[in-house]
Design a protein around this ligand. Structure first.
Ligand SMILES: [Zn+2]
Length: 210
């Protein structure tokens, strides 16, 4: 599997460009900004992008989605529980001093048990409310990889003090769904370094058993 992880924009959101070496079909997850660089990587790997997946509707993850759609023709997917947040992008832009990206058009919602495909690559969608109500993670079972959005970070978890956030829900999502994955699963968080489920189960202060 081709997998480029590119920190984009002022908040350095980890954008993932994932593709299949044979069919050259690909997906992009969280194109928050720096679309020219993302498009350069797509061309470098000769990928045809089939889907643009947004883990949650915070501006640093979704801000460049319409530009990427214009460049690739790929549809944008987001969980419907974040549609309200998506309508607040102007406000979100003002909070962090970014330029508002305008309207983002979602092709359709993706939620629990949906699958995302690119050639033979398959990701299961896991609905993990808490950081936002519509937060999702993408699990690639064959590659033992989890794209975690802002639900899980190396040594930390997503903040829950923004509109739509819930500490109880994120802990529940992590305990019931994310920690159900095997220890060897590589986790690509929405920001910062990669980690594994085993490492976080062992040492993440929010997840260690009391
Ligand atoms: Zn976020």
């Amino acid at each position: 599997m081709i997998h480029e992880i590119l920190p984009v924009g002022p908040l350095q959101c980890n954008c993932s460009i994932i593709g299949d070496e044979t069919s050259h079909e690909g997906i992009v997850i969280d194109p928050g900004d720096d679309i020219a660089t993302i498009v350069g990587l797509i061309h470098k790997h000769h990928l045809q992008i089939k889907q643009i997946v947004i883990t949650h509707a915070h501006i640093d993850h979704v801000g460049g989605a319409m530009k990427l759609r214009a460049a690739t023709g790929a549809p944008i997917l987001l969980n419907h529980n974040d549609y309200t947040l998506l309508k607040m992008l102007d406000l979100q832009a003002a909070w962090i001093g970014m330029t508002a990206p305008g309207n983002v058009e979602i092709e359709h919602s993706v939620g629990e048990s949906d699958t995302i495909k690119a050639g033979p690559l398959l990701a299961n969608v896991i609905h993990t409310p808490g950081h936002t109500e519509g937060s999702i993670c993408l699990h690639f079972p064959a590659e033992n990889k989890l794209i975690a959005g802002d639900t899980l970070f190396a040594g930390s978890i997503g903040r829950t003090d923004l509109p739509g956030g819930s500490f109880d829900k994120i802990i529940n999502s992590l305990r019931e769904k994310v920690l159900a994955l095997p220890d060897e699963t590589v986790v690509v968080p929405g920001h910062g370094p990669i980690t594994t489920i085993g490492e976080e189960r062992e040492s993440n202060p929010f997840l260690r058993k009391a």
